[in-house]
Structure formats: C-alpha cells, structure tokens
Design a protein around this ligand. Structure first.
Ligand SMILES: [Zn+2]
Length: 193
C-alpha cells in the first residue's frame, strides 16, 4: 500500500443520481491509482475488472454510499476479502488519507506492521495482504529486478551502467506494481537515489 492522491470527482451528478460506478468517475479513480489496487498494488485492468470500493462499507454507512471521499479503486480479491468488515474504533489504513509508510513496511515479499500498529495488523489480516498469490507475484517481480541488477553490474562502461541502473530504479516509482516492495529492495541493496 502506498499513498494515493484521489483526483477531483469529474462527474458529481452521477453520485447525486445514486450511481457510484459511472465510467467517467471510475476512470478518475483508475487514473488516481495508476490502475493499481488501493490495498495490494496489483495492476487491475489487464487481468480483471476493477471494483469501486466503499472504504466504509455501504451496508453499514448508507449515507456514504455516494460520497466521493469514501470511494476507492480495488481489485476484486481485496474487495471480497474486506467484504463489509469495518471497525469504527480500528479503521483500516486509508491510503487516500494517510501515509501508509507510517504504518507498514515491506521486507522481501512480506508486508509487516510498523511499531506494533494494531490498525496495520488488522488491515493486513482482514484484507489478506500476504496471501499466497500476492507473495508469488511480489517474489517474481523482485527476482526479475535482482537479475536485471546483476546484468547491469556486468556492464563494463561506467556511464552506460549508470544509465541502465537508473532506468531500473523507475521500477520503484508509484505507478509500478508492488512499488513499496521494490523500493524496499533497492534500499536494502543501497541502490536508492
Ligand atoms: Zn488488491
């Protein structure tokens, strides 16, 4: 999970008309998220249909069903895992409003809570953010980057090597899948900017 800036609602009239998944508004959420799930950072469109997620579930917060600030962009798996769970006194970390790095850290392919945060723990547990298929995808991504780094270090020309390494660092940018994990990998290998 990484911080996301939610764009302004381009078509508020749809929300007024009780439509929370109007394509224009859904597109704005998709762009805000770089087409990644707000919880697990998986790219969505090319594998599955994205869900318009109610951060506070619509079953319990009917007044927020058409509230732009309660809408997010999530993959079907996270959406189903979370379902209509929500604890008023232990809310899930909200990447649109909080800095997830204050609550979580990545190590290898695993996501951990920071400083004993109970909210981070319940978020990981309830949305199942270390589920096997996520671990596998993060592992594959880290592995391919590790291989690319190794081949970079085989380049003899120092300038060329630097260009290639810098290009590789783009993989940690926020529009890339699992960027939190890649960033942590680079940090661990002293390849940070
Ligand atoms: Zn997800």
């Amino acid at each position: 999970m990484i911080k996301i800036d939610r764009k302004f609602c381009p078509y508020p009239k749809a929300l007024k008309n009780k439509n929370y998944k109007h394509p224009t508004n859904k597109q704005a959420l998709k762009e805000s998220n770089s087409d990644k799930c707000m919880y697990c950072e998986s790219k969505i469109s090319h594998i599955d249909y994205a869900h318009v997620e109610h951060i506070k579930p619509k079953s319990k917060y009917q007044n927020l069903e058409f509230d732009w600030n309660n809408l997010g962009y999530a993959c079907p798996k996270c959406n189903v895992e979370k379902n209509d769970k929500y604890y008023e006194d232990l809310p899930y970390i909200n990447p649109y409003e909080e800095e997830p790095a204050d609550f979580f850290y990545a190590f290898g392919k695993m996501l951990f809570k920071k400083d004993g945060s109970e909210r981070a723990e319940i978020t990981i547990k309830d949305i199942n953010l270390n589920r096997p298929e996520l671990l596998e995808k993060r592992f594959e991504k880290i592995n391919s980057i590790e291989r690319a780094i190794t081949s970079c270090y085989r380049i003899k020309n120092a300038s060329y090597r630097k260009v290639m390494l810098d290009e590789l660092k783009n993989e940690a940018s926020k529009d890339k899948e699992y960027s939190l994990f890649i960033k942590s990998f680079f940090k661990h290998h002293n390849l940070e900017e």
